[in-house]
Design a binder for this molecule. Structure first.
Ligand SMILES: *[C@@H]1O[C@H](CO)[C@@H](O)[C@H](O)[C@H]1NC(C)=O
Ligand SMILES: *[C@@H]1O[C@H](CO)[C@@H](O)[C@H](O)[C@H]1NC(C)=O
Ligand SMILES: *[C@@H]1O[C@H](CO)[C@@H](O)[C@H](O)[C@H]1NC(C)=O
Ligand SMILES: *[C@@H]1O[C@H](CO)[C@@H](O)[C@H](O)[C@H]1NC(C)=O
Ligand SMILES: *[C@@H]1O[C@H](CO)[C@@H](O)[C@H](O)[C@H]1NC(C)=O
Ligand SMILES: *[C@@H]1O[C@H](CO)[C@@H](O)[C@H](O)[C@H]1NC(C)=O
Ligand SMILES: *[C@@H]1O[C@H](CO)[C@@H](O)[C@H](O)[C@H]1NC(C)=O
Ligand SMILES: *[C@@H]1O[C@H](CO)[C@@H](O)[C@H](O)[C@H]1NC(C)=O
Ligand SMILES: *[C@@H]1O[C@H](CO)[C@@H](O)[C@H](O)[C@H]1NC(C)=O
Ligand SMILES: *[C@@H]1O[C@H](CO)[C@@H](O)[C@H](O)[C@H]1NC(C)=O
Ligand SMILES: *[C@@H]1O[C@H](CO)[C@@H](O)[C@H](O)[C@H]1NC(C)=O
Ligand SMILES: *[C@@H]1O[C@H](CO)[C@@H](O)[C@H](O)[C@H]1NC(C)=O
Length: 572
C-alpha cells in the first residue's frame, strides 16, 4: 500500500516537473575540529571541517538528499530551518520530535523536496546547544528561467551571524541546567564565523565584503546566534529588503535592520559610484530588554571594501580614507523594532499571492515567557532566587522532551505514555500578563500537544509575559509558514485588536518575534500532516522548556497523508 502511494507520487512529479527539477546530493561528515578564535583554540563540532558549514544550494522544486554521518562524540540531528517538509516530516530534524538522534558512528539520509519556496533558509543542529557551531546556509534559487521580482544582483553573498564562547558550549548549558541559573554569556558575535577587529586577537579574523563600484549585491543574511536578536547596519549604505524567511516582500529600504535568531533576510546593497580603497564598517549588535549582564552586549564588525575594478588584486586599505562606522539603535530600542516589523508586507501579487486564511477554524491564545521550578535541594540553586531554578513555559506548560520521537509515536499509534493531546488552548488562570507578575511563578511540566485536523485554519495569539522581566521571544514554527496578521503592546484585546488585523498582505514567515511586553497574532493552514515543533529560538529558553508541538492529522486524500518513515530512520 505504502509502496503504491510512493510510486503514484513519483509519476506525478516526473510528468509535471521532469524538465526542471533535479536531485541535489550532499554528504555531511559531522566531526570535531580545532578552531582558533579570540586568542585561543578550542574543539568544536562542525560539518566537513568547515565553520560555518557548507552551503546547501537547490532550486525550487528540487529533491535535496543529504547523508549525515556522525563522526563526533555527541548525539546529532540536523534541522533544515524553514523548509516546509511537506509530508516529509521524518526529515525535519528536531531530536525527539521527528526523529531519534543520529548516535555517534551512525548515519541518516535526509530527503526532502523544496516546494513553493525561494530565497534563503539555513540548516543547523537541533539537539542541545550543538547548533552553536553546526550551521550553514540553504540557498534556494527560483526555478530555471524564473526571474527574481527585482533586478538580478551582480553577486550573492551569504552573511551568517553567529555567537562564540571561549568555553565549550555543551559545558555552558549543562552547568546552567545543573545550577538552575542563567548560562554564561558568549564572548563574541561573529559574521561568517569571524569575530572581527573590535575583539582582541581578531583583526585577522574579519569578514570582508569586497565590492565593485555601482554593482548591486544581494546579502543573504541569517541570524544563527544562539541567544540574541541583532541589529545590523553598514555605514553609508542603505539596505533594500526584498525577502524574509524565503518569501518575497514589498521592498523597503532601511539604514538598519533587526533579525532574530532563526530568521533570514535578503537585502540588496548597491555600491557607490567610485570609491576605490574606501572601507566601511558593517556592525551587528544585540537588541534585548533583559537585565544587563544576562546577555552578550558586544558588537561584531565586518568590513565593506571597494575594489578598483581596473585592478581588483591591488585593492587594499587606503589609509587616507576613514573607516566609517554606522550608528546602531540603543540595545533596548523596542520602538525601533516594532516600527521595522510593522513595515514588512508580503508581495501579495498574482504570481506570489498571500494565501491568508480569512476564516478561522481553531483559535489559540498562548502565553510565552519565563517562570521558575522549585530548587530540588533547599536554597542551593542559582535561579532568580536561591530556592528556584529558571524555567520557561507556553501556557504554563514547560515542555519536557520524551525519550522517543513524537512523530514515530504518532505514526505508529503508540502515543500512550509518550505524549498527551491536551495542550491548553488558553491559559488556565488568566492574569495581567504584562503587569505585576503573580507571586507564584512556578510552571508545570508536560509533554502535551495540540491535535489539528488536516486543513484547519489556525489563529494563534502569542502573548509575552513580564514574569521575571519582559523580553522578546522569537518563535519558530516547523513545517509551515504563517502570516503575521497583527502585533501590539500590552495585553491582547480580543474585542478590539482583531479589527486591526492585516488580512491582505501580512508578512509570511517561519519565525516571528513576540514583542517584549506585547503580543503577536499569526494565522496558518494546517495542510502538512505530521508532528511539528514550535519554540522560542533563543536556545537558552528552549533549554528551559519554551517549546511545544502540534500534531496535524492526515487528510482523506492520498496527497494529504504523511509518507512512511525511511528505513534508516535512527532509533532511540
Ligand atoms: C585539537 O587540539 C587538541 C589539544 O591541542 C589535540 O589533542 C587534538 O588532537 C586536536 N584535535 C583535532 C581534531 O585536531
Ligand atoms: C562560567 O563562568 C564562571 C564565572 O566566570 C566560571 O567559573 C565557570 O567556569 C564558567 N562555566 C563554564 C562552563 O565555562
Ligand atoms: C582585550 O584585552 C584587554 C587586555 O587584556 C582587555 O582589557 C579588554 O577588555 C579586551 N577587550 C575585549 C573586547 O575583549
Ligand atoms: C555590557 O554588559 C556588561 C555586563 O556584562 C556591563 O558591565 C556593561 O555596562 C554593558 N555595556 C553596555 C553598553 O550596556
Ligand atoms: C534603555 O536603556 C537605557 C540605559 O540603560 C535606559 O536609560 C532607558 O530607559 C531604556 N529604555 C527603555 C525603553 O527601556
Ligand atoms: C517609530 O515610529 C513612530 C511613529 O512613526 C515615530 O514617532 C518614532 O520616532 C519611531 N521610532 C523609532 C525608534 O524609529
Ligand atoms: C527543605 O526545607 C524544608 C522546610 O524548610 C524541609 O522540611 C525539608 O526537609 C528540606 N529538604 C531538604 C532536601 O533539605
Ligand atoms: C538563600 O537565601 C536566603 C535569604 O536570602 C538566605 O537566608 C539563605 O542562607 C540562602 N541559602 C543559601 C544556601 O545560600
Ligand atoms: C496590567 O498592568 C499594567 C502595567 O502595570 C497596567 O497598566 C494595566 O492597567 C493592567 N491591566 C489590567 C487589566 O489590570
Ligand atoms: C500574592 O498575591 C496576592 C495578590 O495577587 C496577594 O494578595 C498575596 O498577599 C500575595 N502573597 C504573598 C505571599 O506575597
Ligand atoms: C519540573 O521539572 C523540573 C526539572 O526539570 C523539576 O525541578 C520541577 O520540580 C518539575 N516541576 C513539576 C511541577 O513537576
Ligand atoms: C543519545 O541518544 C540515545 C537515543 O535516544 C540515548 O539513549 C543516549 O542517552 C543519548 N546520549 C546522550 C549522551 O545523550
Amino acid at each position: 500500500m505504502a509502496a503504491i502511494l510512493v510510486a503514484a507520487v513519483m509519476v506525478v512529479v516526473l510528468s509535471v516537473n521532469a524538465a526542471e527539477s533535479s536531485t541535489v546530493e550532499y554528504q555531511f561528515d559531522v566531526a570535531t575540529m580545532n578552531v582558533t578564535r579570540l586568542c585561543g583554540s578550542k574543539s568544536i563540532v562542525a560539518v566537513n571541517g568547515q565553520f560555518p558549514g557548507p552551503t546547501v544550494s537547490a532550486r525550487e522544486g528540487d529533491l535535496v538528499v543529504v547523508r549525515v554521518v556522525n563522526k563526533a562524540q555527541y548525539n546529532m540531528s540536523i534541522h533544515w530551518h524553514g523548509v516546509r517538509q511537506i509530508r516529509s516530516g521524518w526529515a525535519d530534524g528536531p531530536a525527539y520530535i521527528t526523529q531519534c538522534p543520529i548516535q555517534p558512528g551512525q548515519s541518516y539520509v535526509y530527503k526532502f523536496t523544496v516546494t513553493g519556496q525561494r530565497g534563503t533558509l539555513w540548516w543547523h543542529a537541533h539537539i542541545s546547544w550543538l547548533r552553536a557551531t553546526v550551521y550553514g546556509p540553504i540557498v534556494i534559487l527560483p526555478k530555471l528561467g524564473v526571474p527574481y521580482p527585482f533586478a538580478a544582483p551582480y553577486k550573492e553573498v551569504p552573511l551568517m551571524f553567529g555567537e562564540w564562547w571561549k568555553a565549550d558550549t555543551e559545558a555552558v548549558i549543562s552547568q546552567a541546567l545543573q545550577t538552575g541559573g542563567g548560562p554564561n554569556v558568549s564572548d563574541a558575535f561573529t559574521i561568517n564565523g569571524l569575530p572581527g577587529p573590535l575583539y582582541n586577537c581578531s583583526a585577522k579574523d574579519t569578514f570582508k565584503l569586497k565590492v565593485k563600484p555601482r554593482k548591486t549585491y544581494m546579502l543573504r543574511i541569517i541570524n544563527a546566534a544562539l541567544n540574541d536578536e541583532l541589529f545590523f547596519s553598514i555605514a553609508g549604505h542603505p539596505l533594500t529588503i526584498v525577502d524574509v524567511d524565503a518569501v518575497y516582500i514589498k521592498p523597503i529600504t532601511v539604514e538598519t535592520l533587526i533579525i532574530t535568531p532563526g530568521q533570514t533576510t535578503n537585502v540588496l546593497l548597491t555600491a557607490k559610484p567610485s570609491y576605490p580603497g574606501a572601507t566601511y564598517y558593517m556592525l551587528a549588535a544585540p537588541y534585548s530588554t533583559a537585565a544587563s549582564g544576562t546577555f552578550d552586549n558586544t558588537t561584531v564588525a565586518g568590513i565593506l571594501e571597494y575594489v578598483d575594478p581596473s585592478s581588483p588584486s591591488s585593492a587594499g586599505f587606503n589609509k587616507n580614507l576613514p573607516l566609517l562606522r554606522p550608528t546602531l539603535p540603543q540595545i533596548n530600542d523596542t520602538s525601533f523594532v516594532s516600527n521595522y516589523t510593522d513595515k514588512l508586507r508580503s508581495l501579495a501579487t498574482e504570481e506570489y499571492p498571500a494565501a491568508v486564511p480569512q476564516e478561522v477554524d481553531r483559535r489559540f491564545f498562548f502565553t510565552v515567557g519565563l517562570g521558575t521550578h522549585p530548587c530540588a535541594v533547599n536554597g542551593t540553586c542559582q535561579g532568580p532566587t536561591n530556592d528556584s531554578r529558571f524555567a520557561a513555559a507556553v501556557n504554563n506548560v514547560s515542555f519536557v522532551l520524551p525519550t522517543t520521537a513524537l512523530l514515530q509515536s504518532h505514526y505508529t499509534g503508540m502515543s500512550n505514555g509518550v505524549y498527551s493531546s491536551n495542550f491548553p488552548a488558553v491559559p488556565k488562570s488568566p492574569f495581567n500578563y504584562t503587569g505585576t507578575p503573580p507571586n507564584n511563578t512556578n510552571v508545570s511540566n508536560g509533554t502535551r500537544l495540540v491535535v489539528l485536523s488536516y486543513g484547519d485554519a489556525v489563529e494563534l495569539v502569542m502573548q509575552g509575559t513580564s514574569i521575571l522581566g519582559a523580553e522578546s521571544h522569537p518563535f519558530h514554527l516547523h513545517g509551515f509558514n504563517f502570516f503575521v496578521v497583527g502585533q501590539g503592546f500590552g495585553n491582547f484585546d480580543p474585542v478590539h485588536d482583531p479589527a486591526k488585523y492585516n488580512l491582505v498582505d501580512p508578512v509570511e514567515r517561519n519565525t516571528v518575534g513576540v514583542p517584549a511586553a506585547g503580543w503577536v497574532a499569526i494565522r496558518f493552514r494546517a495542510d502538512n500532516p505530521g508532528v511539528w515543533f514550535m519554540h522560542c529560538h533563543l536556545e537558552v529558553h528552549v533549554s528551559w522548556g519554551l517549546k511545544m508541538a502540534w500534531v496535524v492529522q492526515d487528510g482523506s486524500l492520498p496527497e494529504q497523508k504523511l509518507l512512511p518513515p525511511p528505513s534508516d530512520l535512527p532509533k532511540c
